[in-house]
Design a protein around this ligand. Structure first.
Ligand code: PMT
Length: 400
């Protein structure tokens, strides 16, 4: 997603400036070309050399330099794919809201037609001050995207709203902005993720090894292609992605209810979750004590979400198979009457449950079979969404 993108990262004079190193580093590692512009105040908090080393590119601190193409620097940088100001102080926000261009960063923003994203970071009183709030509203109404701030401990030692958003959320928002008008623009996609938990007693549950990585990768990839995403997630240790509706559930029945609500108006349902097929007949109020004899649990079937939730949307299912991959997946596609099935090869630990990568085969109703090698889950997600985009395009042609 970020590979080959040109990103201007503006740093202003906030104590959070050091946290922008992580943002610059992650963007650079993702393949983006990152040009850092620092205000004079920012250079008091952190040296330009740090950003130069991280991005491998010169850092601009001076209004009156020429770029390598002998263009005034703020004109050449203004054509970046996105300008991100992180952290943004109340002072820079005020200058931008008033159209003041007396430093290199503000001049670049004013000269630019690119999308602008800002991540404010400041003292809670400064942030809550009606002047700052008015300035932010003006920027929002002009199409700026604002990320954060979040609540937490501030440099003053006090707690409050003013803390710099985390790097994951800033980068997630950058991807979302860059993905506007992507091939899934305007589509609503519901994704499920993780392993459901079926309670036995107050401390025990039946679950499985799903980490949620595949579902989260799909949700993020769909968001970055312009879709509105609802992520229905079982408990996971993953950071909740920004820029989508998140519905937290535990049990298969709760997932069923959440998916039913979310699909009332959707274009696509992708069931990447590992849903329990059985749950204990009843959840005990008291913890089961250790006895000398064994223990028998009475179980009942959970609803099959893919089968029971019907509607005019594309259904994508997953099948994690340890043998007869294609044959078993094909059977699930037919039994569940779905449009695509993604068969995961779980014969080795580098693919499937918990792994960062997946080796999948995608099968459709016409029995077209696409085999893919072991790929990062984010790349697998894009392969699946490529197929979903084709199905959506075919469907809208048929409806004409
Ligand atoms: O979360 P990760 O660690 O990244 O791992 C990803 C994954 C391996 C869990 C995922 O890619 C995957 O394969 N999920 C489906 C696992 C599976 O084999 O499910 P199943 O055969 O029980 O179900 C087939 C399909 O029906 C699945 O899409 C499932 O979500 C759906 N289902 C299952 C049971 C149920 N009660 N309702 C359902 O809708």
């Amino acid at each position: 997603m970020l590979k080959g993108k040109t990103i201007v990262l503006g740093i202003t004079g906030s104590i959070a400036a050091y946290k922008a190193v992580d943002v610059a580093s992650q963007l650079t590692q993702s393949g983006a070309k990152v040009d850092v512009i620092m205000t004079e105040a920012a250079t008091k908090f952190i040296a330009p050399l740090t950003f130069q080393t991280i991005t491998g590119r010169p850092v601009v601190t001076n209004m009156f330099t020429l770029s390598s193409e002998s263009e005034v620097e703020h004109i050449s940088l203004a054509t970046a794919d996105i300008i991100t100001i992180a952290p943004a102080t109340a002072n820079t926000i005020a200058k931008l809201a008033s159209g003041i261009a007396d430093d290199m960063l503000c001049a670049t923003v004013l000269a630019s037609k690119s999308p602008i994203l800002i991540a404010p970071a400041m003292n809670v009183n400064m942030f809550e001050n009606s002047i700052t709030q008015d300035n932010l509203s003006r920027l929002k109404s002009r199409g700026f995207t604002i990320v954060g701030p979040v609540s937490g401990r501030l440099a003053s030692g006090k707690k409050g709203l003013g803390r710099f958003a985390n790097a994951t959320d800033i980068i997630g928002s950058i991807c979302q902005v860059l993905g506007d008008n992507g091939d899934l623009d305007g589509k609503h996609i519901v994704v499920t993720a993780g392993g459901t938990q079926e309670p036995i007693d107050p401390v025990r549950c039946i679950t499985n090894r799903s980490s949620g990585k595949m579902g989260y990768a799909l949700a993020e990839a769909a968001r970055d292609r312009g879709a509105m995403v609802t992520l229905v997630t079982a408990p996971t240790s993953l950071t909740k992605p920004i820029g989508m509706e998140i519905v937290n559930i535990c049990t298969a029945r709760e997932m069923y209810q959440a998916v039913r609500v979310a699909t009332s108006q959707t274009d696509v349902l992708i069931m990447a979750a590992a849903v329990a097929d059985y749950c204990p007949l009843r959840e005990l109020d008291e913890k089961i004590k250790r006895e000398s004899t064994g223990l028998t649990l009475e179980m009942e079937r959970t609803p099959d979400i893919l089968v029971s939730i019907k509607g005019d949307f594309i259904k994508v299912g997953f099948a994690a198979e340890s043998n007869n991959l294609v044959e078993n997946a094909r059977q699930k596609l037919q039994q569940k009457d779905i449009d695509l099935i993604v068969a995961n090869d779980i014969t080795s630990s580098d693919s499937g449950f918990c792994a960062d990568d997946n080796r999948v085969t995608i099968i459709d109703r016409e029995d077209r079979i696409d085999n893919f090698p072991l790929l990062p889950k984010r790349e697998v997600a894009d392969k699946i969404l490529d197929r979903v985009a084709i199905l959506l395009a075919t469907k809208s042609k048929q409806q004409l």
